[in-house]
Design a protein around this ligand. Structure first.
Ligand SMILES: [Zn+2]
Ligand SMILES: [Zn+2]
Ligand SMILES: [Zn+2]
Length: 333
């Protein structure tokens, strides 16, 4: 069977559309999650969402919608636990994640469904994606993309420097909750193709790949979405082709393909980084704290503000101005 024969199949067309939507949505919100250093947030929400799927199987409601509701509630709960402090937060999150997974498996059994039904949601499934699923997936993808691309300056500010965002007057708590909710929505989007247990990889690996080559935040975001689409569509077709010989779920194939793309770009990224260091006409500027109380922030290599070479020094674009280290203070340029 050739690629064209494969694409002529109805369920393959549905799966491919769902995969492309997944490849756009998961890395889009994933870029902000990586920026916030919360790479495992998606994994936690995915575990909680298993209970949502099981509730759908038990009540006869659409598992996609019950998963959306439970994943969003779980994401808000996770964000509130994180916000309350670090002492017992780790343990509370672990309890929530294990409870979500164990509860989901248990309820699925009570609903009279076997592990095979749940497996389609845990690792993705080519054949189980209905036409209605595709429409729901498309609607949720639009929500995620409009929010992440439309609010990207605010989300970026909050994700890269919470203290600065607070000083600048942004509602940090609201945006943190929004990031968590959007993560929950894109996890539900990815549920049918990549599966709940592997979706976090599609939020993180394309971003890491894009970061190898991209220099600005915006190109990282767009590059991650491109890599996500290539990995999810390519992985899906590969798993379909392999399925003629053995049972191959799309989720693991998509994730392994994304990891292969990361591995392939890593040497190129290392070379680019070394070259840009060699070509820098001035020494790297060490991070110096601002003297002014209006900017309690030290600009440096990885502070998240775009760096602009300017004469013999580096300016950082910050709150609409360009700031540069001059001796012990920052000047506006
Ligand atoms: Zn900075
Ligand atoms: Zn300057
Ligand atoms: Zn500044």
């Amino acid at each position: 069977m050739t690629l064209l024969d494969l694409l002529a199949l109805d369920f393959m067309q549905r799966a491919l559309v769902a995969a492309l939507l997944t490849g756009l949505a998961a890395p889009a919100i994933g870029t902000f999650i990586v920026q916030r250093r919360l790479a495992l947030l998606g994994d936690g929400i995915g575990h909680v969402a298993v209970t949502g799927v099981a509730l759908g199987l038990l009540t006869g409601a659409s598992p996609t919608w019950t998963a959306v509701v439970v994943a969003v509630l779980g994401a808000v709960l996770i964000e509130l636990i994180r916000e309350r402090g670090h002492t017992n937060g780790d343990v509370a999150l672990a309890l929530l994640f294990y409870g979500g997974l164990a509860g989901g498996v248990l309820i699925t059994g009570i609903a009279g469904q076997g592990a095979a039904t749940l497996q389609a949601y845990l690792f993705g499934s080519l054949t189980s994606i209905s036409g209605q699923d595709v429409w729901v997936t498309a609607a949720l993808t639009v929500v995620v993309l409009v929010a992440t691309l439309g609010l990207s300056p605010q989300l970026f500010a909050v994700a890269s420097d919470q203290d600065f965002a607070r000083v600048a007057g942004l509602r940090v708590r609201g945006y943190n909750l929004l990031i968590a909710v959007l993560a929950a929505v894109s996890i539900t989007v990815a549920m049918r193709t990549v599966g709940l247990l592997l979706v976090s990889a599609l939020m993180v690996v394309p971003v890491a790949t894009s970061q190898q080559l991209a220099r600005s935040f915006r190109t990282t975001l767009l590059g991650a979405m491109l890599v996500g689409c290539l990995a999810s569509a390519g992985g899906l077709l590969l798993s379909a082709a392999l399925s003629f010989r053995a049972s191959v779920a799309p989720g693991p194939t998509i994730v392994l393909l994304a990891l292969a793309m990361f591995t392939a770009t890593w040497p190129l990224g290392a070379w680019l980084r070394r070259r840009s260091r060699l070509m820098a006409p001035f020494p790297e500027v060490a991070a110096t704290p601002h003297r002014s109380t209006e900017h309690p922030h030290a600009h440096g290599d990885d502070c998240g503000h775009p760096a602009v070479p300017h004469g013999d020094h580096v300016d950082y674009v910050h709150d609409g101005h360009r700031h540069a280290v001059h001796g012990e203070h920052y000047d506006e340029h």
